[in-house]
Write a protein that binds this ligand. Structure first.
Ligand SMILES: Cc1cc2nc3c(=O)[nH]c(=O)nc-3n(C[C@H](O)[C@H](O)[C@H](O)COP(=O)(O)O)c2cc1C
Length: 309
């Protein structure tokens, strides 16, 4: 065993390290996914993919703000059939690939998840939490805000596929624990907490108009980290399935913080948007050095230790 054991497990899937590429950042092609995997990610999550191709929102779709990014991508993707061809080119990838899917109904979720799970992915992540969809569309966050709908989506998907099902939650609810418990009861194997916060808006004061083409966007990056860590902490007290923390991770210490709150791994988006794949090696080196300075031998020792149990 190496001096510092960074390995972790999510629903039976072993990761060499706990730092996972989050959905939506440098992950829309097999070339990019492989590059991120080779850069030292513990696992990679694909861009969220739906039944049909989708253009997403008009440009600009991303704007930098103090402490992070506001994005209104709007689930642009090539559709599951095209994406499966893309995943076919992903042979020899060294780390687990997690396929992210979204849909407009429990039945459609089951259909897209089944197609996704027939590929090389080791698990499926259900994006029931995208805030950037149009009025009247029943995608993403609209599902993730209802415990009943989340439960229906999870049980449909669980009866359609054999691979582990991870549910990615929205933080934009009054009680995230209620949603997570509904997902767990319906058979979810793990939770990702959380997607972006919002809605947020930036006004261009010279143009006197909102900057984002989609007007509103979801906030990510360092500014949301304390809010997302609080979600993980609350979830650890209530659910028994593994939690993947997500929101504002950019250093090894951030990973330790999430793990102490109760996460078994973390996903990283905005830091990769800025630093590319280099972020993974750096964050893991910082994590190892954090552990060395404190005499922590394995990342597992940290999981949930902030709860004082
Ligand atoms: C440009 C961009 C695109 C994103 N696309 C997706 C997506 O397709 N599916 C999804 O589940 N989350 C998506 N997200 C949310 C991220 O996966 C992540 O939950 C969020 O950014 C918080 O993590 P971070 O602070 O490390 O970026 C996107 C985020 C950004 C910034």
């Amino acid at each position: 065993m190496p001096a510092f054991d960074l390995s972790t497990r999510i629903s039976g899937i072993r990761l060499d390290n706990p730092v996972i590429l989050a959905s939506g950042i440098l992950d829309v092609s097999s070339g990019l996914l492989k590059k991120m995997a080779d850069s030292g990610a513990g696992a990679v999550v694909t861009k969220s993919v739906g039944l049909r191709p989708r253009k997403g929102n008009p440009n600009p779709t991303v704007v930098a703000v103090h402490g992070g990014l506001l994005n209104s991508m709007g689930l642009c993707n090539p559709g599951i059939s095209e994406f499966l061809k893309e995943l076919g080119g992903l042979s020899g990838v060294k780390v687990p690939v997690i396929g992210s899917v979204y849909a407009g109904s429990p039945e459609e979720f089951a259909h897209v998840a089944k197609e996704m799970s027939a590929s090389c992915v080791r698990a499926v992540e259900l994006n029931v939490s995208c805030p950037n969809v149009g009025k009247g569309e029943c995608f993403g966050e609209i599902i993730g805000k209802s415990p009943k709908l989340v439960a229906r989506v999870v049980s449909k998907v669980k009866s359609a596929i054999k691979k582990p099902v991870i549910v990615k939650l929205t933080p934009n609810v009054s009680d995230i624990v209620e949603i997570a418990l509904a997902a767990e009861k319906a058979g979810a194997d793990a939770i990702t907490a959380v997607n972006t916060f919002g809605p947020g808006m930036v006004i261009n004061v010279d143009a006197r108009r909102p900057v984002l083409g989609g007007l509103f966007g979801g906030m990510s990056g360092p500014a949301v980290k304390p809010l997302a860590v609080a979600c993980v902490y609350k979830l650890h007290e209530s659910v028994s399935i593994p939690i993947i923390g997500c929101g504002g991770v950019s250093t090894g210490k951030d990973v330790a913080e999430y793990m102490m709150a109760g996460a078994s791994a973390v996903e990283v988006g905005t830091a990769v948007y800025y630093d590319g794949g280099r972020a993974f090696g750096r964050i893991n080196r910082e994590l190892a050095s954090f552990m060395r300075r404190r005499g922590i031998k394995a990342v597992g020792e940290m999981v949930g230790c902030a709860h004082g149990k």
